[in-house]
Ligand binder design. Structure first.
Ligand SMILES: *Cc1c(COP(=O)(O)O)cnc(C)c1O
Length: 469
């Protein structure tokens, strides 16, 4: 950059006359341009105060201001390449939506829609009716409702059925999931008294039976989404708990967490109880997430008995937990895909990535290795490796998916930790940040979730070696 030797800092008016400043005004508006110029001038003043001998000219200051504006204009909601190996990564936004859902959401954003409007009658309708019949069809439930997320679904169900009453839960199911969702705390907020039964590893039918009394609001079963208790264990099946609950006339709420609408065994995964199976075995209400295995936008579904759903809908909390038209449109489109299970894995990115054949991931790794090696430079060795992905977000926690990726190791083993961290930082600073994982002295890029190879290679080309010092 050209630095003049004049000792005077150019005025804002002078700077505004230069081409980069004109460009800044054109692109960002006059007031933002002036703001940025003042900011750039303040930095120069500080540098002079700190003993800098050279004062930059008007054009150089304007160029700095323009760069600052350009950097600042990058959206905070930035797309990234998720190469962590976790398909449903909560910190990276969980499910990627199907094209059909994206189209539906786009229309909902652009147009007025019959959200709470009965087109046949020409009068006020209910927003749940956009998805109710699809949810009932896919789960076999009598009725259904939708709220902001599954945490909200559990909160609403507990508050409606067990406020100022007791909720019975096995000690083996008192889960905490990420982001401070702890079942005992949710219960307290719902105004429910938690009655723990059994022990961490063993709960029997008689434990539930002994806890039921006139103050019991419901029995809660929780899918132990993110851990497994192994060894000397005993839990009571949903079928047995539901038989007991019905004999005592107490509702059973089954929080499935991820919840899946199809048999995952189709894709070579462990069979996970489907929502329909949970309904069929007698749960009065079943709650599950929209953006976990289901592969839709963030949402919480509650399906089950019509009389209980009606009570949930009358709870004023429902209004505070409702979802918007954009997501409702996306949910409807996502659910419709489930009507054709044979083509679901093609159309639903979550399933497509979970079910992606290993040979295909390996081929991707082999194809991309040269480009990655070139981009990271001679400081690192790139190897195609076998690795394991996981579904994430508490879906099939014990399931590991054999995958393939590229491992990057520092050539110079002294200071390798620092070099790897610097590389990870540089990859996160790319136009589209690349997020991998560091494991055994290597930065691993798991390629299961990479679908846009050409864009990935173009993006890598902007990796500048200087950033890695
Ligand atoms: C993930 C999960 C929740 C919370 O669901 P969100 O959609 O993230 O709010 C609740 N219960 C269980 C068992 C879960 O796995």
């Amino acid at each position: 950059m050209v630095r003049s030797t004049s000792s005077r800092i150019p005025s804002v008016d002078e700077i505004l006359k230069t081409p980069p400043a004109q460009q800044a005004v054109e692109r960002f508006g006059r007031s933002r341009a002036v703001h940025a110029i003042r900011h750039a001038t303040a930095i120069v003043r500080r540098e002079i105060g700190a003993g800098a001998a050279l004062v930059p000219g008007a054009e150089a200051i304007a160029a700095d201001a323009l760069l600052w504006l350009e950097t600042d204009a990058r959206p905070n909601a930035q797309p990234v390449f998720n190469l962590t190996g976790t398909v449903l990564h909560t910190n990276l936004g969980r499910a990627i939506l199907a094209e059909a859902a994206i189209d539906a959401a786009m229309i909902a954003m652009r147009e007025a829609m019959a959200l709470e409007f009965d087109l046949a009658q020409g009068k006020r309708g209910e927003r749940d009716s956009l998805v109710r019949s699809l949810l009932c069809e896919l789960t076999g439930a009598e009725d259904a409702t939708v709220v902001n997320n599954n945490a909200a679904a559990v909160l609403l169900a507990l508050n409606t059925l067990a406020k100022s009453k007791e909720a019975i839960v096995s000690r083996g199911e008192l889960i905490e999931i990420g982001g401070a969702f702890r079942m005992p705390e949710i219960m307290a907020r719902a105004g429910t008294r938690l009655i723990e039964v059994g022990t961490t590893n063993r709960t029997h039918e008689k434990d539930y039976a002994a806890a039921i009394n006139s103050k019991t609001g419901l029995i809660l079963k929780v899918h132990t989404s993110n851990y497994r208790i192994e060894g000397f264990t005993k839990s009571v099946s949903g079928k047995a708990v539901s038989t007991l609950a019905h004999a005592k006339n107490v509702p059973l709420l089954n929080d499935l967490g991820s919840g899946t609408l199809i048999d995952l065994a189709r894709y070579g995964l462990t069979h996970e109880q489907t929502v329909a199976e949970a309904v069929a075995e007698g749960a009065d209400l079943v709650t599950f997430s929209g953006d976990k295995l289901l592969g839709g936008p963030q949402a919480g579904f509650i399906v089950g008995r019509r009389d209980l759903i009606a009570r949930l809908n009358r709870n004023p909390m429902k209004r505070a937990l409702r979802i918007d038209k954009i997501r409702l449109a996306a949910i409807e489109a996502t659910l419709r895909l489930y009507r054709d299970p044979d083509r679901l894995a093609e159309r639903l990115p979550t399933l497509r990535m979970v079910a992606r054949p290993l040979t295909e991931i390996e081929a991707t790794a082999t194809r991309l290795k040269p480009a990655v090696a070139t981009a990271v430079g001679p400081g690192f060795v790139a190897d195609v490796i076998a690795c394991t992905s996981q579904i994430g977000s508490g879906s099939l926690p014990s399931e590991v998916l054999p995958s393939a990726g590229i491992a990057l190791r520092a050539t110079d083993t002294r200071g390798k930790g620092r070099a790897l961290n610097a590389l990870a930082t540089a990859l996160r600073a790319l136009d589209q940040p690349v997020i991998g994982r560091i494991e055994n002295d290597a930065l691993i890029l798991d390629l299961r979730c990479l679908e846009h190879e050409a864009a990935f290679v173009r993006n890598l080309a902007t990796l500048s070696p200087e950033e890695r010092r």
